[in-house]
Design a protein around this ligand. Structure first.
Ligand SMILES: C[S@@+](CC[C@H](N)C(=O)[O-])C[C@H]1O[C@@H](n2cnc3c(N)ncnc32)[C@H](O)[C@@H]1O
Length: 233
């Protein structure tokens, strides 16, 4: 059994950081309570003590399965000649990018964060190969790595929230809109109905809704140019 499958890695880590990882059966049961959200491609999930990513990897698997179902349905409606073109990659790539970009995690242990990032990337690559039927292009992988570096963060979710910066990703066609927010600011209003990064100015009931101020807003970037251009802006 490797560290990722163990629930307890060492007694010292349990004592110092309360590290007892959740088993797959419990993860599935808990995520089933919000099943619809786990199958919505752009539904945002943040786990502020994510460990090696036991919840995050299952959320990613579920989102990618939902995209696969969408593709199967589309394929059934295509004419024979249309199926000859490499249409799968074109449809799968932006949706899967958005699925990955909607998953966030924080942990205080560097090796856990690395493991979570690697597991998410592994699933992302495996599913691409299985669903699209070819290896993912380098630019797609570069973008995935870039997103994981921004979303799965080493930090102290209790006492270091001012140092944690999260990216709000949204897709406009094949382009990413990218805005950065300080976690401490988002955290002040955890109950807002518009989700992790707030939203409208006024709710339907007329109550004012919190709108956080971004630390930085980036120009739109094509998802396949994210690794190349993202680091320069
Ligand atoms: C009970 S484990 C749960 C891990 C994961 N959520 C799971 O269910 O498998 C608690 C996690 O919180 C992390 N942790 C402890 N203190 C933390 C802090 N101040 N900020 C962020 N993570 C912390 C530990 O490193 C550990 O991975």
């Amino acid at each position: 059994m490797n560290n990722v499958e163990k629930q307890v890695i060492s007694r010292e880590r349990v004592t110092q950081h309360g590290e007892v990882l959740t088993a797959r059966r419990e993860v599935d049961a808990m995520l089933d309570l919000v099943k619809q959200e786990t199958e919505r491609i752009d539904s945002r999930f943040l786990e502020p003590a994510c460990g090696t990513g036991n919840f995050l990897v299952v959320i990613l698997e579920r989102k990618l399965r939902a995209i696969e179902k969408k593709l199967t349905l589309r394929e059934s409606k295509l004419k024979k000649a249309e199926k000859k073109y490499p249409w799968k990659a074109a449809f799968y790539e932006p949706d899967s990018m958005m699925a990955l970009a909607s998953i966030y995690g924080i942990d205080i242990l560097p090796d856990s964060i690395r493991a979570a990032q690697e597991r998410l990337l592994g699933i992302f690559i495996d599913r691409y190969c299985a669903i699209v039927g070819q290896n993912p292009p380098e630019a797609y992988l570069g973008a995935a790595r870039f997103i994981l570096e921004k979303n799965i963060l080493l930090g102290d979710a209790l006492n270091g929230v001012d140092k944690i910066i999260f990216t709000n990703w949204s897709m406009v066609g094949r382009y990413f809109k990218r805005e950065e927010y300080r976690f401490s600011e988002i955290q002040q209003h955890p109950g807002d109905e518009d989700g992790l990064f707030g939203g409208r100015q006024m709710s339907d009931t007329g109550k004012p809704v919190f709108i956080p101020t971004p630390v930085k807003i980036y120009p739109l970037v094509h998802y396949l140019k994210l690794a190349e251009e993202g680091g320069n802006t």
